[in-house]
Design a protein around this ligand. Structure first.
Ligand SMILES: [Zn+2]
Length: 298
């Protein structure tokens, strides 16, 4: 394939797009709000605008595109291209996203599971899909029976503890119990305005409570990852997303929890690392999946 592929990383907050060449190099990239509250059409408008914006920046047009790969939140069926009812996209129910984007962009559109606490399990170099294509909902591993209510309808899912949103819930719980912290000042006393950046800024400034919140988030992630390590005996666990900027403050408690919780042999084997691609992993991975499927005809 000599043409270019568009990568679209669809999240509940942002749509990231990129044009990627056959070697997986990014020619141009952009990010815009996904307008999730506007429903499916508003989100697809943002996806289409994002693709056109990166094509313009790369001085290319839609004619240069061979395909688009879309990293979308699950549950979904990657073959039929239908997204069922993602917890973070209100108003979506059984949306034939791949077909609707083919209608808009005029090129084959391939779905793959998006980023977040979730993502992919790669076995023997291939993504583990499951019989209906809904596999690898890692964010909805239960880490606490009867725990926090999740958008998926269940309680105690990893996503409610190990994502940025989960981390903020942990932070707010303690603040409501009266913990002294810089965070109160940073959010001007209104916990609904708290952001992940405020927590990392406070931690960096030496705020003990903010540090504890990040470490606690690492311990929750460690509990989920320990189950994966026992289940799959993976060589590598690659983490991406906004959280990984916290570095060792997050990774140390993850590793300690996995070592304490999982069997010794697979725990020692599994390298728990940050994605090399950082924030670009979603768009490059989505484009790569589209390229693969063009080549193999799957
Ligand atoms: Zn859930």
């Amino acid at each position: 394939v000599s043409k270019l592929v568009a990568g679209i990383d669809l999240g509940g907050t942002f749509v990231k797009t990129a044009v990627v060449n056959g070697q997986g190099q990014i020619m141009a990239k952009s990010s815009r709000p996904s307008n999730a509250s506007g429903g499916p059409n508003a989100v697809m408008d943002a996806m289409e605008e994002g693709v056109d914006a990166v094509l313009r920046e790369a001085r290319m047009s839609r004619k240069d595109l061979a395909a688009a790969g879309i990293g979308a939140p699950g549950p979904m069926n990657w073959q039929s291209g239908v997204v069922y009812s993602p917890p973070n996209l209100p108003g979506w129910k059984d949306i034939p996203l791949a077909q609707l984007m083919i209608d808009r962009l005029g090129v084959p559109c391939c779905l793959t599971l998006g980023t977040g606490v979730g993502g992919g399990i790669v076995v023997f170099g291939k993504l583990l899909r499951g019989i209906d294509g809904t596999a690898a909902e890692i964010g909805h591993l239960c880490v606490m029976r009867g725990g926090r209510q999740c958008n998926c309808g269940a309680k105690g899912c990893l996503e409610q503890y190990g994502s940025v949103t989960g981390m903020l819930k942990t932070a707010i719980e303690g603040m409501q119990e009266g913990r002294k912290t810089l965070l109160t000042e940073l959010c001007k006393g209104d916990t609904s305005r708290l952001t992940g950046k405020m927590v990392s800024d406070a931690a960096e400034a030496g705020d003990e409570y903010a540090r504890w919140v990040i470490e606690e988030t690492g311990r929750w992630l460690g509990i989920g990852i320990a189950s994966l390590v026992n289940l799959l005996n993976p060589e590598k666990v690659v983490l991406t997303g906004g959280m990984i900027g916290a570095g060792e403050m997050l990774f140390k408690p993850i590793r300690e929890t996995v070592n304490a919780q999982a069997f010794a042999v697979p725990a020692k084997r599994a390298q728990i690392v940050a994605a090399d691609l950082g924030g670009d992993a979603g768009v490059v991975g989505s484009a790569g999946c589209a390229l693969d499927r063009l080549k193999t005809g799957e």
